[in-house]
Write a protein that binds this ligand. Structure first.
Ligand SMILES: [Zn+2]
Length: 592
């Protein structure tokens, strides 16, 4: 346990606006700050930071909490690691008598040190004449120079089940740590650990601060899978990192080149294009798009020229455009990927190719035209429909105008015809969206599909009374004291949803400790989604003007009445609740 004074000090010093502001561009809106949510993809800001209550909440996806919850979510850390992360940021030392000794946790600093040690092992294996022979042969066959191999810290994992494990043991790392860091797997049969990467060329994945956060491994033969990547660990989330961004970040003020594979990136860097990056063995995510937008204005997608690569490019285009990036797509003829292209035609030709890269729209236009023979009327209609659909999705009216003219020209139709079709599609789209929004609003009013508070749909009146009570207790010390002293008669059994009951119990348990309640202590008791919900109770309440004790009392009355009504309806014994409540009141008196 981290002492609570330390937790409070960290939360106090890690100013929520500053901390979140280093991840999200925040704009002042009255006494709060708004920005684009880092936890879901959106075009208009619904993410809000409330300095007064030291909390954040996203009205789009329901993410919310305090500065600890934010770091937990954005950095993919557990509660103690999030505190450590923040402590380091604000210059507080957490007393170290916990965690590591018990082997329960693996903080990210330890993971980075462990990964660095493993990277050294892989590199030494590569340069070992016997162990590294095959790996070195492969890298040379891909025409990588010694300097490039060193720059990217490449290595090789020998074809052995225990060499890395033994080496890491000798450096003081336990099996548990190695398994948590995805350097080892654990045998289901024997329970023993074994090397995770075997017989592979190793690509260390380095974050922008220079830490080795994970590894990617490529086979040397035809074994499947061709690429193996570390799974997400504390401090490493695939969806939030990009290969080689540590180098590209210093060379990308104009543009980033987005590739599919590690080898493409390395070939491009070696050829002088040090603004190339790649995703980590997965399709691009909106988080990665946002990260790129932090470093550059323009992204040139340089995916494989096959069908799959082009499909992936389409998806990437959409995500990148959503975060406001200017997108270009590279069309390579005569080579399957950038690596092959440069080898065949040289880096100068590739540089020219970059200059000729197509805008997202041109690229789509060409694709549609290539698929349809527009001299055939039926085909021309199909092409026109697809293109109008694409234009209808463009937000800027100026851009739409330009594209309409372009399509009209390519299809030899009048701009007016195309424009009418586009507008028809847009209004249809807008109507559908409105319908969806009102449906969503209705559903959330009825609490259908609520995964966090499952019972709330059964009685909306009772559930909203619960929310009012919890909101008041979360904010006001005087209300918590009133409940504690029995001035307001409410107990855990009065709550009708299991979630509401749990929140109430945790608040009151903290309240009864010597130092009383503090919101940041809830981060340890609830997961991030739950904290988001609890924050909504708090924010919702804070915005209202009437928050006095009479609101609390009347909400309690409503809750009790509704609960009574429900149990009568279902034929439960109403006296059981009353008896239970009397018992609780007696318990409370005895405690004092
Ligand atoms: Zn959100």
């Amino acid at each position: 346990m981290i002492p609570r004074e330390v937790v409070e000090e960290i939360v106090y010093r890690a100013d929520i606006v500053d901390t979140i502001g280093s991840y999200v561009t925040l704009k002042r809106a009255g006494s709060n700050y708004g920005g684009l949510c880092p936890f879901h993809s959106e075009k208009t800001p619904s993410f809000t930071v409330f300095p007064a209550t030291r909390s954040f909440y996203c009205f789009g996806c329901g993410a919310g909490g305090d500065v600890i919850t934010f770091i937990k979510r954005v950095e993919n850390l557990d509660y103690p690691s999030a505190l450590e992360f923040l402590a380091e940021r604000v210059g507080i030392t957490i007393p170290q008598d916990r965690a590591n000794e018990r082997g329960e946790l693996l903080n990210r600093k330890r993971i980075y040190e462990m990964n660095l040690e493993a990277a050294k092992f892989f590199r030494n294996c590569l340069f070992d004449p016997k162990l590294g022979q095959e790996g070195m042969q492969y890298l040379k066959s891909r025409q990588l120079s010694g300097a490039t191999i060193k720059r990217f810290g490449l290595g090789v994992a020998p074809n052995s089940f225990g060499m890395l494990t033994d080496y890491m043991h000798s450096k003081g790392y336990s099996d548990e740590e190695l398994i948590k860091g995805f350097l080892c797997g654990k045998s289901q049969k024997t329970g023993k650990s074994y090397d995770y990467f075997r017989g592979r060329v190793i690509f260390p994945i380095i974050d922008v601060s220079g830490n080795i956060i994970a590894f990617g491994g490529r086979v040397l033969d035809d074994t499947k899978p061709k690429y193996l990547n570390s799974s997400d660990t504390p401090g490493f989330k695939k969806s939030r990192n990009l290969f080689a961004l540590n180098y590209a970040k210093d060379a990308c003020s104009e543009s980033l080149i987005l590739c599919e594979g590690y080898m493409d990136v390395i070939a491009l860097h070696a050829a002088g294009f040090s603004n190339a990056v790649a995703t980590l063995g997965t399709a691009i995510t909106s988080e990665q798009a946002r990260i790129m937008a932090k470093y550059t204005k323009k992204v040139i997608i340089s995916y494989d020229s096959d069908e799959a690569g082009q499909r992936a490019a389409n998806r990437a285009m959409k995500l990148l455009e959503e975060v406001g990036l200017e997108v270009r797509v590279l069309k390579m003829n005569g080579a399957k990927d950038p690596d092959e292209y440069i080898k065949k035609f040289g880096s100068e030709r590739f540089r020219q190719l970059l200059g000729q890269s197509k805008t997202g729209f041109e690229y789509k236009l060409e694709n549609v035209l290539a698929k349809h023979d527009i001299s055939i009327p039926q085909e021309k209609i199909k092409a026109s429909e697809q293109l109008c659909d694409i234009i209808a999705g463009v937000t800027s009216s100026v851009e739409r105008e330009v594209y309409i003219a372009r399509v009209a020209e390519s299809l030899s139709l009048t701009a007016e015809v195309i424009k009418n079709d586009v507008e028809r599609r847009r209004s249809k789209e807008i109507r559908a969206q409105r319908r969806k929004e009102s449906r969503d609003a209705m559903n959330s009013a009825k609490n259908y599909g609520d995964r966090i508070n499952l019972d709330s749909a059964k009685n909306v009146a009772a559930a909203s009374a619960e929310e009012a009570i919890l909101g008041l207790l979360l904010i006001y010390e005087e209300h918590r004291t009133a409940v504690e002293k029995g001035k307001v008669d409410v107990c855990a059994d009065d709550f009708f949803t299991a979630f509401g009951r749990r929140v109430f119990e945790e608040i009151m348990a903290l309240q009864s400790t010597e130092k009383g309640f503090d919101f940041s202590l809830l981060d340890e008791k609830f997961n991030s989604d739950e904290i988001g919900r609890i924050t909504r109770y708090k924010i919702g309440r804070h915005e209202l003007r009437e928050n006095g004790i009479d609101v609390l009392t009347s909400s309690v009355e409503t809750l009790k009445k509704e609960k009574q009504r429900m149990s009568e309806k279902s034929g439960d014994d109403p006296f059981a609740t009353i008896k239970r409540r009397q018992q609780n009141a007696a318990d409370r008196k005895n405690k004092k």
